[in-house]
Write a protein that binds this ligand. Sequence first.
Ligand SMILES: Nc1nc2c(ncn2[C@@H]2O[C@H](COP(=O)(O)OP(=O)(O)OP(=O)(O)O)[C@@H](O)[C@H]2O)c(=O)[nH]1
Ligand SMILES: [Mg+2]
Length: 683
Amino acid sequence: MGENGGRAKGPRCIALVGPFQSGKTTLLEAILTRTGAIQRQGSVDAGTSIGDASKEARHHKMSVELSAATTAFMDDSYTFIDCPGSIEFMHDMRAVLPAVDAAVVVCEMDEKKVPQLQLILRELEEQNIPRFLFLNKIDKADSGAHEALQLLQPASRCKLLLRQIPTFSGDLITGFVDLALERAFVYKEHAASELVALEGDTLDREKTARFSMLETLADHDDQLMEQLLEDIQPPRDKVFDDLSKELRDGLVCPVLMGAATRTNGVLRLLKALRHEAPGIADTVKRLGVKATGSDAVAYVLKSLHTSHGGKMSIARILAGQVGDGVTFNSAEREAGRVSGVFKLMGPQSEKRGPAVAGDTVALGKLDHAKTGDTLSSGKQAHPPVGEVKPYPPVLAIAIAAKERKDDVKLGQALNKLLEEDPSQTVVHNPETHEVIMWGQGEMHLRVAAERLSDRFGIAIEKRAPSVGYRETIGKGIVQRGRHKKQSGGHGQFGDVVLDIKPLPRGSGFTFTEKITGGVVPRNYIPSVEEGVIDALKTGPLGFPVVDLAVALIDGSYHTVDSSDMAFRTAGRIGIVEGLPQCQPVLLEPIYSVEIVCPSEATAKMNAILSGRRGQILGFDTREGWPGWDVVRAMMPETEIGDLIVEVRSATAGVGTFSFKFDHMAELTGRTADQIIAARRAAE
Ligand SMILES: Nc1nc2c(ncn2[C@@H]2O[C@H](COP(=O)(O)OP(=O)(O)OP(=O)(O)O)[C@@H](O)[C@H]2O)c(=O)[nH]1
Ligand SMILES: [Mg+2]
């Protein structure tokens, strides 16, 4: 119910979500056509849709960021947020959810997509977002609605409630019966469905299906249960009230159907949204928005740096009014001053008047706003209404500007991308000087790289990040390091004796001195240490040397020719000449890895891990996730590199993992030889 019963008031915001390629962007197009916002229905395949307008989305023929458009239906304003379906771009969807009144989960009757559906429903369930299921592509369906429900039900925690049943002509679905209205319709291509008589066999099927719909509703309504038991037909309004209430309370998930490409079923979906979906009043309550006086509060679903229009923040206004000149703060910082309020229509943005509570608009020039921010115009910042933590990244690439002159520009562009998409991170490896971009998968990183060139005009080079190999020694040695040079006037003289010893794994490096009788004057000892440390940066195998102790035990000096410089060099020489005799051995980083996957895939995960030199520690059921397992293993860093690609392909995209550094382990044999050879070749 809205605040005062009946349908909700004010502008709505609805997310279109669902598994990969289920037809969300096409549905947005169909909705815009049906509501008259656009004249002709474009298509994703032809690259003419309002959604997916970015160069990257068109190129890959998939959504790689959200698309938003506002339209009007029966005098109410609706903004639809079409979210990408790919797991790798899921943060775009997750960050949108706090702002919406309800979600339409676009899905297909496809067994392979059920795990992903489960993942998406889980997000909605956890954020308490009322949701409809829209069973799309029924023009291709080869079985009935009940089979579909059986297939999809395991993905949902709450009961799926069939709102429509299809009607057939031969094997083809040509129309539907609305079980709440008890009316039959036949689909018309690109036009409203036509009302037809509900009779004969269809009427019988309708009665059965309606009864089971009412039974589901009665699970949460005792009065309705009594009516059903006594064979009393509940009044139609009562049924609609129940549908609406149970949807909003997250007790049921109504299922509608259609074919987005043909605009079939779109009007019924819009009507269901109009009558049953909650509105801004309910959403504000759900989020616990507390606005004082006339303060405006807004949630940023997505902050974008456009290539032409500067910065834009797509925001839902949760309270108050927002026009030009309003200054916003987030809990962390001043977000900036609004310059321009724009109506959303895919890539086009048209200036409009001030926005009010419920509206979803693009706000211009909020220089310091980020995706996921809660903004307030009041003196006090509003606590964040939806803190959606990104999933930890799973794949990395090293990037660099092709041309030196773009280095600064690259840094700035990366900052902008991170503001837009917090599921991406960038780290600088001080040892290798690599800039490492982390993301949610191959496509996520590829698209980020494309954005750098398409949007920011920076040509970049990509490669696999270096693995943090180290080396150590197998045995100790006492080694002299002597530096003597006689050239013209002043000579150089430094002479040290180093006792080099291996230390246990994880000890790092220690330097001590045991000089007696001033054979090496005190003031030169720090220089010896510096020289040693310098030489340990690259050992005989080509990697930083760790887990060893070096003691300065002896040496000699020259009153005139000795210097800091000379002793530094002597220290270096001692290490460079000594280490090759100490049985150098390669160390590789080993990580503890936890893979989560549907149980059917657990055996495959074991195989993948073994194939990648993983040592399986065991597996368990995943807490709170019936039908899922956790597999734990120890695994070399180098094998984790593209692990996600294999895990995803073995789990219809839903498996993932987390990892943490555990220890360094010795590596010998062929693999070690190859790594050492590759390192030498790179020098
Ligand atoms: N037969 C049929 N095909 C459809 C229907 N709706 C969408 N498609 C096709 O399904 C494919 C994917 O459509 P999109 O609208 O891009 O799907 P999406 O869910 O937005 O995809 P992502 O955002 O990448 O997850 C396209 O080839 C569409 O033409 C439908 O109702 N019937
Ligand atoms: Mg899409």
